[in-house]
Ligand binder design. Structure first.
Ligand SMILES: [Zn+2]
Length: 216
């Protein structure tokens, strides 16, 4: 059974798990086979826009980088939203230019994401990570070519995530550990339970999604 952790901030050496380590653009390089690289909306003060663009181009071309992220929009922080949008769109543009999928941090900004996706002619897959919203929001994002990644929220059976993952197409699902201490296997178990699906079958489907998005 192949297990994929689509978004983690912990570098792990588990050979049975394919994991995409989230490498912050300003931070020291961490050893990991597969990485995403980007500037998170919480850390925009770490570099100017020009510097971000040139550094991201340079880093993203390295062979270990398979996605741009995590980048995104967050309506729960003090950083002006128009500034967040500027940094976000610059990084989305680089993803398009380099033909890379994007791993997205989204806090209370699903409608903003939809508007950007609709108005910007974006072709690359966007993976909205840590998803914990209702199915209406999920389906709107899926219709616009997004994937949804679910994490520790699934361990709470009363969560929106647990209900939503049961109601969306399996071809749009990924699973993740993010910052949590949980094993990705436990997230897979919870997802399989929510969907009333065999865990082997679910992992097969998620591997197919991975191949679709990353072409590996
Ligand atoms: Zn994260």
């Amino acid at each position: 059974m192949q297990i994929i952790d689509i978004h983690t901030h912990k570098s792990k050496a588990d050979e049975n798990v394919i994991s995409i380590f989230s490498q912050a653009l300003y931070a020291d390089e961490i050893e990991s086979k597969f990485k995403s690289v980007g500037l998170h909306p919480w850390h925009l003060d770490k570099m100017g826009l020009e510097e971000l663009i040139s550094k991201l181009f340079e880093r993203a071309k390295k062979s270990d980088v398979i996605a741009i992220g995590e980048i995104g929009l967050d309506r729960a922080i003090a950083t002006p939203f128009d500034l967040q949008e500027k940094y976000f769109k610059a990084q989305l543009g680089i993803a398009e230019h380099l033909n890379m999928a994007v791993i997205i941090h989204n806090v209370k900004a699903s409608s903003d994401l939809l508007n950007i996706r609709k108005s910007g002619n974006y072709k690359m897959p966007w993976i909205i990570h840590g998803f914990n919203e209702k199915k209406d929001s999920a389906n709107q994002l899926i219709r616009m070519g997004c994937y949804l990644s679910f994490g520790h929220h699934l361990l709470d059976e009363s969560s929106k995530a647990f209900a939503t993952i049961a109601s969306i197409p399996v071809k749009n699902i990924f699973l993740e550990t993010d910052e949590s201490e949980h094993n990705i296997e436990d997230i897979y178990k919870a997802a399989a339970k929510a969907r009333n699906m065999d865990i082997e079958k679910l992992s097969e489907k998620i591997s197919e999604n991975y191949n679709t998005v990353f072409g590996k």
